[in-house]
Design a protein around this ligand. Sequence first.
Ligand code: NAP
Length: 268
Amino acid sequence: MNDRVENVIIVGSGPAGYTAALYTARANLEPFVVEGFQWGGLLQQTTDVENYPGFPQGMMGPELMQKFRDQAERFGARLETDDVTKVELSRDGGLHRVWVGDQEHVGRTVVLAMGAQHRKLGVPGELELAGRGVSYCATCDAAFFRDRPTIIVGGGDSAMEEAMFLSKFSSTVSIVHRRDEFRASKIMLDRARAIPNIEWLTPYTIDKLTNLEGAHQGQLEVAHLRNTVDSSTRELPTAGAFIAIGHVPQSELVAGQVELDENGYVVT
Ligand code: NAP
């Protein structure tokens, strides 16, 4: 164990984690931030961030997170680029314990800022074909699908953003959504609707993802769709399936130690 007793240990490094780091650093608390191996949270996988106040021209997600990080560091936040493996919160006002691998850290305060991860569809073929056509990040993977047809699953702003980015590479991008109405904001929907190689397939869900032989191996070639109104099915040839159906909180480190709401988010 490290002998040092930290004033503040911050777990996570999305906007919440680095904001906590900035403010506690400026309060001379010398925060210790375990920022995760892939620091910067989900905005690292985003292209244009247009709705963050103060940047009228927008900003790329990774650039924004680099600025958050630099600003926290400038005032003395200490960053560890590794994952927290275990947290033991004190229930009696004593010290909290946070492990990074075998290394134990103790602190008077722990800030939980673990954020969320991409929600999975949970259909056959999704996990087996991940990285072989199934992806959760168009910014990361769109270039692999140049001149080939792809689908986006989802109807929120993330789905629109992913579709617009992907449309610059793919021959066609089919947005597969389970309802005829979209949760996405009007401005994002209008932009996506104006792109000629984006097609709209509603109301459909995905039954399974397979190769041409119908097996969950090799490379993704077919998305098997089901109409949510009349239950009819269709097979859609596709080289890539980008899943953009929201997020689930990463609260498992503290499950059983603090109250979680019905969606798994820590109740604040
Ligand atoms: P979201 O708004 O929660 O949308 C998730 C979408 O996935 C919904 O259309 C939902 O369908 C669908 N879905 C959920 N579970 C599904 C399942 N099991 N099978 C099929 N479809 C499923 O999530 P998001 O798009 O990631 O956006 C999250 C937040 O970030 C929002 O507040 C959004 O405005 C914001 N955001 C903003 C921007 C931007 O402004 N540039 C970009 C990205 C995200 P239903 O509608 O039927 O429930």
